[in-house]
Design a binder for this molecule. Sequence first.
Ligand SMILES: *Cc1c(COP(=O)(O)O)cnc(C)c1O
Length: 473
Amino acid sequence: MRRPTPSPRIGLDTRTDLPLIMSTLSRNEEMARRDLGVVWHPCTQMKDHERLPLVPVARGEGVWLYDFDGRRYLDAISSWWVNLFGHANPRINDAVRAQLGKLEHVILAGFTHAPVLELSERLVRLLPTGLARCFYADNGSSAVEVAVKMSFHYWQNRGRRRKTRFITLSNSYHGETLGALAVGDVSLYKDTYRPLLMDVITVPSPDCHGREPGETWEAHSRRMFGPMEEALAAHADEVAAVIVEPLVQCAGSMRMYHPVYLRLLREACDRHGVHLIADEIAVGFGRTGTMFACEQAAVSPDFMCLSKGLTGGYLPLSVVVTTEEVYGAFYDDYTRLTAFLHSHSYTGNPLACAAALATLDIFESDRVIERNVALARHMARAADRFRDHANVAEVRQTGMILAAELVRDRSTGERFDWRERRGLKLYEFALSQGALLRPLGNVVYWMPPYVMDESQIDFLADVTLRGIDIACA
Ligand SMILES: *Cc1c(COP(=O)(O)O)cnc(C)c1O
């Protein structure tokens, strides 16, 4: 929809409070033009936008995003995996608004406030047994930095000075800051920066996409534990922790594995005296079908990193929850210099904590985990429309994440060259149809807000099927 040509005038745009510029462009085009003059966008080759239109979003409501020209887009990726209960959710809005009238922010060193106190108590009650101490930061990568530093520092405080290394899985992702990047393994994000990164031990992922024909997920993930056991046996003396994304390697193209791996890993970490860091930044808060992915293996890590869905997708907040045993290794007279002297300015921000508390309220009052079982089942049924497509090698699902692996030829498994950017074609087609799908390379996935309904999932399946046809042609 194109707006009629505005009459030339300078004034304030009532919807954005931004100065209006004389133009014959649509509102979207005008916003995009100005944006591209000043904003450098995340995870983007900006030159792509010479051709690819930017989508200015005027407002959000539930599962929909609305642009400035009156078009809407179904948010199938929860705005980069953060949104759980829709945009402009009235209950979370109210909670943030109420908090805004009391306290917007306060230093968390030496001071505390009701939202951070209540959130910590509720998280400890919800999390696997043993996780009892909450340390806050303001984004996922920072939470990973905290867990990595804390694990290392724990061993230093305990006199185990040689324990300075970390074990990670191939294809894992833990964020973009240098420490988080170092313990991750997605080469697209990591390779350029290798000279800046600490050296880690990388063990093959239990990802079940690579299983033998006829092999079950469980058998494959169990077999893939072999290399981890060997790495632990060989390096336990110099390793502080193993870091994993429980059940789904999200940024690594939504690769999935069986919970048995986590059970074997917990047992082996205990046996070898190595910490287990569970990065549930993407999979926590119901994404895999349980409140936390670790529950499916009945394990409790030494550190759990949470962010993304923690605030329902409202505000940046992250937390590392650890054990009394870890906490105790830092607790001593100041002059012994064993304290964890790490902080971020916005640590434990009250507005973000208020959004997190409202999010937990919704989980409780709406029995979200139970209701998601039916929605996940419907996602599986809807995906039947492209499950046997000639360009789909595999459709995989863990709870509220469903992914399809696109290939040139299903029968031979031949992959598309990444330079062909098939996923980008699908992205553009989906936008033209009113859906926000953002494939990772050649993997298209759904990671919807939990308030999406069945007819919206059906619409998504229709767009995905036609998108696969067009992107793979
Ligand atoms: C997104 C993500 C991170 C990084 O979180 P940011 O808030 O983007 O820094 C870390 N680990 C996992 C598993 C993630 O999905």
